[in-house]
Design a protein around this ligand. Structure first.
Ligand code: SAM
Length: 272
C-alpha cells in the first residue's frame, strides 16, 4: 500500500494522521507553548511535526524510514525551527540529543508513537533527566497498563516504572479510523507529567527495579518464590517480607508501588 506516494511499512508501525482536527486536538492537549523544546518520535509524513512547529520554539523529529524522512524534509523545509533526523530512536543517546539540539534544557515529547516499540520508548524517555513531559498516542491497551491499579491483569512493570517517575493520565481515546492505514487496535493519548522527584523514596533504584522485575517475571507465583531469581539467600527474602509486613502468600501483582519501595528498601538494609 502507498500513502502520498510512499510505501507503507507496517512493521515500522506506520499509521499516519492527516485529519487537521485530530492533529489540533493532540497538540492542544499537549499544552505546548512557544517556549518549549519538543522531541517527536516518528516524523512520518510530517503532519504532526508541522503543527508542533507552528507552536513551539524548536522541534527535533526522528524518523527511521529514509523514504519518509526525505518526503517530510520536502514538506517542512520552510520551517527553520524543525530539525529532522533520519535515525532509529532506540539507538540514540537522549542526553546527547538534549545537549546538541536543546542546549541541555528540559524538553517535552509529543508523538504518535510506532506501536511495536511503545513500552521500550516510554521506558527510555523516563530514564532521561531532560524529559519533563510526555504526551503520546499509544495503543489503548498500553495506556490502560500505564494507569492500571494493583491486582488487575493490566498492572505490571510498565505501571510501576511509569508511576515511579511520572503522573500519568489518559486524555482521550481515538478509533482506528482516524489513521491511514488504520491500526488493528484503538488508541489513547496519554500524558506523563514527570515528577520533580520519584513518587516513592527508594534507596537503590537498580535494586527496586530488579525486585519489581522479579515479582512480575513470574506473576502467578507467590512472592518468596518469585523473588528467588534475585539470587539472595532465602532467609533474606523471608526476613524482608516479614519486616515489610507483606504476606508470604501474596503475589507481586498485588503489591502497591509503596510496598515495592518498602520491600526493596528493607532488602537493601539487610544486604548492606
Ligand atoms: N507522526 C506521524 C503521524 O502522526 O502521521 C507518523 C506516526 S507513525 C504511528 C510512527 C512513525 O514512527 C512511522 O513513520 C515510523 O516509520 C516511525 N518509526 C518506527 N520505528 C522508529 C524508530 N525506531 N525510530 C524512529 N522512528 C521510527
Amino acid at each position: 500500500m502507498k500513502v502520498k506516494g510512499v510505501n507503507v511499512k507496517k512493521k515500522l508501525g506506520q499509521n499516519f494522521i492527516f485529519d487537521k482536527n485530530i492533529l489540533t486536538k493532540i497538540v492542544t492537549a499537549s499544552e505546548i507553548t512557544p517556549e518549549d523544546f519538543v522531541l517527536e518520535i516518528g516524523t512520518g509524513l510530517g503532519t504532526l511535526t508541522e503543527e508542533l512547529a507552528k507552536r513551539v520554539k524548536k522541534v527535533v523529529s526522528f524518523e527511521i524510514d529514509k523514504e519518509l524522512y526525505e518526503k517530510a524534509k520536502e514538506k517542512l523545509y520552510l520551517w527553520d525551527n524543525v530539525f529532522l533526523v533520519n535515525d532509529d530512536i532506540m539507538k540514540v543517546d537522549l542526553n546527547e540529543i538534549a545537549n546538541k539540539y536543546f542546549g541541555s534544557k528540559p524538553f517535552k515529547v509529543v508523538a504518535n508513537l510506532p506501536y511495536y516499540i511503545t513500552s521500550l520508548i516510554i521506558m527510555m524517555l523516563l530514564e532521561c533527566k531532560f524529559v519533563k513531559e510526555i504526551t503520546v498516542l499509544v495503543q489503548k491497551e498500553v495506556a490502560e497498563r500505564i494507569c492500571a491499579t494493583p491486582g488487575t491483569k493490566d498492572y505490571g512493570i510498565l505501571t510501576i516504572f511509569t508511576n515511579f517517575k511520572a503522573k500519568p493520565k489518559i486524555l482521550f481515546n481515538l478509533p482506528p479510523t482516524v489513521f491511514i492505514p488504520p491500526p488493528k487496535v484503538d488508541s489513547s493519548l496519554v500524558k506523563l507529567q514527570i515528577l520533580d522527584k520519584p513518587s516513592v523514596e527508594v534507596k537503590d533504584e537498580m535494586l527496586f527495579s530488579n525486585v519489581v522485575k522479579a515479582a512480575f517475571g513470574q506473576r502467578r507465583k507467590v512472592l518468596p518464590n518469585a523473588l528467588k531469581t534475585l539470587g539472595f539467600p532465602r532467609e533474606i527474602i523471608d526476613k524482608a517480607l516479614a519486616m515489610s509486613k507483606i504476606s508470604f502468600q501474596r503475589r507481586g501483582e498485588t503489591l502497591s508501588i509503596e510496598e515495592f519501595a518498602l520491600l526493596s528498601n528493607v532488602i537493601y538494609d539487610l544486604i548492606n
